[in-house]
Write a protein that binds this ligand. Structure first.
Ligand code: NAP
Length: 283
């Protein structure tokens, strides 16, 4: 039976560590890290995510403000806000909550964020630095996965890591982080032939497809580590991952639950990125 990777408790530990450093910045430099969140519309998921981020900021002592707009906001108005926030020293991090309404050109808006305040790590300059292995702000979900493996002392070097999903948010940056940690990486997507055959070879499997129950328990190699990033609603309305948990748990050595695995780590790493951005800005 697999050991459950408790993302909630690791995330709590990370937040405590961030809080300690936030307190140090306040007492030594009289600086309070600040995070600006831009929220457009009233999508239930987005509103919940933003509320959770705000709460995490409160927990660790980061000053945070949400700039909310109705879904018919003009692109220009959002652009003006981003430019103002870039120059506002109160905010060390800027985050635009996705998804934005289709009318808005998300990429061009994101690209206006000052790269030093890009706490989601989604700007081409920060992604580029990840490719060449330079210091940068890196995306939170893949960072959270690497941190989970590290805190559970799961070796990555030399492991065959199979990642299902090639998004800019999760799969691609995670593959680069795994490569930098000396894993042998295989990327899978909707055009991959023989997904079960590839998954069966994984020492570490990361499922980030967003497809309920895509990965069957019998595909998991005995003793493999299973990281489930997927967040799906089961027909009964419960939150569930991409992996058939009950069956996979019997074969894996470690497994993340959904909820309570990767999810809490994403927010913890956002807090950590905001701290890192602040430290670099006051250096
Ligand atoms: P995305 O942009 O929709 O990307 C999904 C990826 O999965 C694509 O590369 C797609 O392949 C691949 N895929 C989809 N169905 C597949 C299948 N049947 N076989 C093989 N590959 C398949 O999604 P995302 O933003 O990366 O998010 C993925 C999941 O993670 C979602 O459930 C999301 O809610 C969750 N998520 C969780 C967190 C967290 O903090 N826990 C954070 C971010 C995302 P193609 O490229 O060929 O289309």
């Amino acid at each position: 039976m697999a050991q459950i990777i408790d993302g909630k408790s690791v995330a709590l530990q990370i937040k405590l560590e961030v809080k300690e450093q936030v307190d140090r910045l306040r007492s030594e430099y009289k600086v309070i890290p600040g995070l600006a969140v831009v929220l457009v519309g009233d999508d239930v998921g987005s509103v919940t995510y933003v509320r959770n981020k705000q709460k995490a900021c409160d927990d660790v002592g980061i000053h945070s403000r949400t700039f909310s707009f109705s879904s018919d906001v003009e692109q220009k108005e959002l652009e003006i806000l981003i430019l103002e926030l870039n120059h506002n020293a109160q905010y060390n991090g800027i985050l635009v909550q996705m998804p934005l309404p289709k009318r808005i050109d998300s990429r061009s808006l994101l690209n206006m964020i000052d790269e030093h305040k890009d706490v989601d790590g989604l700007l081409p300059s920060n992604m580029g630095r990840l490719v060449i292995g330079e210091e940068a702000l890196y995306p939170c979900t893949p960072l959270g996965i690497m941190m989970l493996l590290q805190r559970y002392s799961i070796p990555v070097s030399g492991a065959h890591v199979v990642i299902i999903g090639r998004s800019t948010l999760v799969g691609k940056p995670l593959a680069l982080m795994m490569l930098a940690a000396n894993a042998t990486v295989t990327m899978c997507h909707t055009k991959t032939r023989d997904l079960p055959g590839i998954v069966k070879q994984a020492d570490i499997l990361v499922a980030a497809a967003g497809r309920l129950g895509l990965v069957k328990g019998e595909w998991i190699k005995q003793g493999a580590v299973v990281i489930d990033v997927g967040m799906n609603r089961s027909p009964g309305g419960k939150l569930a991952g991409d992996v058939e948990f009950e069956q996979a748990e019997k074969r894996a050595s470690f497994i993340t639950p959904v909820p309570g695995g990767v999810g809490p780590m994403t927010i913890a790493m956002l807090m950590r990125n905001t701290l890192i951005a602040t430290e670099r800005q006051i250096r």
